[in-house]
Write a protein that binds this ligand. Structure first.
Ligand code: NAG
Ligand code: NAG
Ligand code: NAG
Ligand code: NAG
Ligand code: NAG
Ligand code: NAG
Length: 655
């Protein structure tokens, strides 16, 4: 981490203050440049620069690459000077800097959270920066050009683009970004040039249809779906090297290019969500149609199954329970479709489309022979886990794709249409932090669910079963995992309509991908338990969950608070080896969450004290709110997300 404070700084600041009586330049600017110079290891290329004091805007010594206006530094251009090291942590003092260009050097580490706050042009291209895009950039209201291309940046973009009204050029090319384009792209009303070439972005690009782009490069990513017509009109459009959906776009997709207002409820403006909803509806319609045609409503009670998606080695984590029809899934209740209205006519349109289509959008109908081949004939060496009525296998394809296949016990099904109901319910839920159902197999005697394989297993394994090979999760990563999981629940609770109660939030259902981003599994598998407290992981269930009908959205919030508590303490939520009074983690530690000394003792020793104390106590505050016994008093998941965002914010500024 580059953020550790060098001891030199205090001294540097002191000296600069002492010099302020004679120097022309604003002292905070001088101090920031001093720290920057030191963090770059005082390169000789930077003539005039000093590690302490100096007067960059004065008449005497010219500092290379620095421009001033009166006593303030306004431009820093160190492009292509062969510099290395880091940028220091004090750039946020440079309040008058509008151009900041350190492109084509060899800076490394994470992009500092502290950047010149009023910058108009920010160019960090062609360095070795790693990590993600700091959230502080989302607050740069004057930003017009953001160039982060040709670095080693990774992870998903967060929804941080809603307050950048002037951004006209965004270049993220040649990095390792992944995941969907965030919905907040739709607010980039001035964006003209967008370069995402050679990353691993995936999902649809419908959100771009709302923008007035002139220059777009999407080459060599993993985008799917259709290219909106409006984009196709752009001459310079580059889309090669992506697995776009073939065939013509479904009707309704094309008209989405109407001038998008940012009004969320705008029916005509197509945003990603509306399209997501439509695509899902198409699929749904097809499936409902099929099941209506095929069966006659007389299925027995235990026709839905609960599957616990597990990651790698651990073979104990898969449990499966038969379940009754729950209010939030199944064809007999209104499906939980993201809350966007689709007119009947449009709906019929989709229905027409789906009748014509042979390839139902994105879910893959696998043949059992295909999955058999990919799993080495369901060989035991490929088995990832086992439950009472399913086994999970790792499927590998020649093209490098790896999938997790849940093979269900065929005897448990009364018929394929019931299975398709289950598929239905799960497939509707689409969010970057929800484990995605990508396919299924429905043949007589062969019922399987196919998910993306998450190579880093579950959070439970990471926290509680880690071996010598795995490094402990850093504080940053823990906050990120909490935030992503919170977003998944916010989606289920707030965006799906009717809301979906997860009912089984626990760390073994939080799967981690290669970048350690969380994917909540088991979504859409809500169900009734005969005995709730017994079925749900002990230690996670809220006090009100004494019977199935008592389960409410806020019960998920409680369970989520317990997951956060695991992240904070590194302890299991329930430990039967302990004396009875100490078995339940929540009961044991809740009283200590507001006491800062007790809190430090509570923090996971694996963190080795490497966390900002303020952020830790904010995190603990959120937990305390979530695990209150009165459900009414617990915050909503949206509030939790907001609170966690503040943790991210403060995490960085408190180093
Ligand atoms: C910085 O300097 C380089 C040449 O050294 C130039 O190409 C680039 O445009 C400058 N950046 C800004 C933001 O003015
Ligand atoms: C469904 O059941 C009804 C009577 O319960 C019967 O009239 C109808 O033909 C059945 N439909 C199919 C597709 O079997
Ligand atoms: C659906 O298709 C039928 C026949 O192909 C057509 O009569 C009907 O108008 C179509 N519905 C819509 C909404 O396009
Ligand atoms: C999926 O494919 C199988 C053949 O492999 C077929 O029997 C089944 O009807 C298909 N299911 C759907 C929903 O298209
Ligand atoms: C999923 O979680 C990660 C980690 O917090 C976050 O970066 C990403 O933006 C989230 N995805 C969505 C779609 O919110
Ligand atoms: C997560 O998985 C990736 C790919 O297998 C691996 O490179 C990485 O080291 C894993 N992360 C951790 C923290 O184990």
């Amino acid at each position: 981490m580059a953020r550790r404070r060098p001891p030199l700084v205090g001294l540097a600041v002191l000296l600069s203050v002492a010099a302020s009586a004679v120097a022309k330049t604003d002292q905070p600017d001088v101090a920031a440049l001093n720290v920057m110079f030191t963090s770059m290891n005082k390169p000789s290329e930077l003539s005039g620069w000093k590690a302490s004091g100096g007067d960059p805007c004065g008449d005497e010594d010219e500092w290379k690459g620095i421009e001033c206006s009166d006593s303030s530094v306004t431009e820093i251009n160190l492009s292509g000077l062969g510099l290395s090291g880091t940028l220091g942590y004090q750039l946020s003092s440079l309040k008058s800097v509008t151009k900041f260009d350190v492109s084509k050097n060899n800076f490394n580490g994470e992009i500092p959270y502290q950047l010149p706050p009023n910058v108009v042009q920010l160019n960090l291209q062609g360095n070795s920066f790693s990590g993600g895009v700091p959230y502080s950039i989302s607050q740069m209201a004057d930003l017009e050009t953001l160039n982060l291309g040709k670095n080693h940046l990774s992870g998903q973009l967060t929804d941080m683009f809603s307050q950048l009204p002037k951004l006209s050029t965004l270049d993220l090319s040649f990095n390792r970004f992944s995941g969907n384009l965030p919905q907040s792209f739709q607010y980039l009303k001035k964006l003209k040039t967008l370069n995402l070439e050679s990353n691993q972005f995936s999902g649809h690009i419908d959100v771009l249809a709302k923008l007035k782009l002139e220059d777009v490069n999407l080459k060599n990513n993993k985008f799917t779906g259709w290219i909106p017509k409006k984009l196709k009109d752009i001459n310079s459009l580059e889309t090669g090297g992506n697995p776009w959906s073939s065939g013509s776009a479904p009707p309704g997709m094309e008209k989405g290019s109407s001038e998008g207002s940012s009004n969320e409820e705008d029916d005509s403006g197509i945003n990603g969500f509306a399209i997501g909803a439509m695509v899902i509806t198409v699929l749904l319609a097809a499936l409902i149609l099929l099941s209506v045609l095929r069966r006659n409503h007389s299925s027995p009670v235990s026709s839905h199954y609960y599957m616990d998606e597990s990651g790698r080695r651990d073979s104990s984590a898969i449990d499966m329970k038969p379940l009754e029809h729950s209010p939030s899934m199944g064809s007999r209740t209104p499906p939980a479709v993201p809350r966007k209205s689709i007119s009947d006519n449009e709906f019929e349109n989709k229905l027409n489309y789906s009748r014509r289509s042979t390839d139902p959008i994105s879910l893959m109908n696998h043949s059992s022979s295909d999955l058999q081949a990919a799993t080495g004939n369901f060989h035991s060496s490929r088995q990832l886990g086992q439950g009472t009525i399913c086994r999970v296998f790792k499927a590998k394809y020649a093209d490098g794709r790896v999938l997790a296949v849940k093979k269900l016990d065929p005897l448990s099904f009364s018929g394929s249409s019931d299975f398709m109901d289950t598929v239905n319910g799960i497939s509707k839920l689409r969010h970057g932090n929800i484990s995605e159902l990508v396919g299924y197999c429905s043949e007589a005697g062969h019922y399987m669910l196919v998910y993306d394989y998450q190579r880093n297993g579950s959070l439970y394994e990471f926290l509680h079963l880690s071996d010598d090979y795995s490094r402990p999760l850093t504080w940053d990563t823990r906050v990120r995992i909490a935030l992503g999981t919170a977003r998944a629940l916010e989606y289920l609770h707030g965006i799906c309509s009717p809301p979906v109660i997860h009912k089984n939030v626990k760390s073994s259902n939080v799967l981690l991908d290669a970048d350690l981003n969380p994917h909540l599994s088991d979504c859409g598998l809500a169900f009734f338990y005969e005995d709730t407290s017994e079925s749900l992981g002990p230690g996670y269930s809220a006090p009100e969950c004494t019977k199935p009908s008592a389960y409410v959205l806020k019960s998920d919030v409680y369970s989520f608070g317990v997951v956060m508590l695991e992240l904070l303490t590194g302890r299991k939520p329930y430990d039967s080896s302990k004396p009875r009074m100490e078995q339940c983690l929540v009961k044991l530690v809740t009283s200590q969450l507001h006491d800062s000394d007790a809190l430090e003792a509570l923090a996971d020793p694996d963190l080795r004290g490497l966390y900002p104390p303020k952020a830790l106590s904010r995190f603990a505050d959120v937990i305390a709110l979530c695990v209150q016994s009165d459900p009414e008093l617990r915050p909503s998941m949206s509030e939790v997300v907001q609170a966690l965002l503040r943790c991210v914010h403060h995490k960085n500024s408190n180093w």
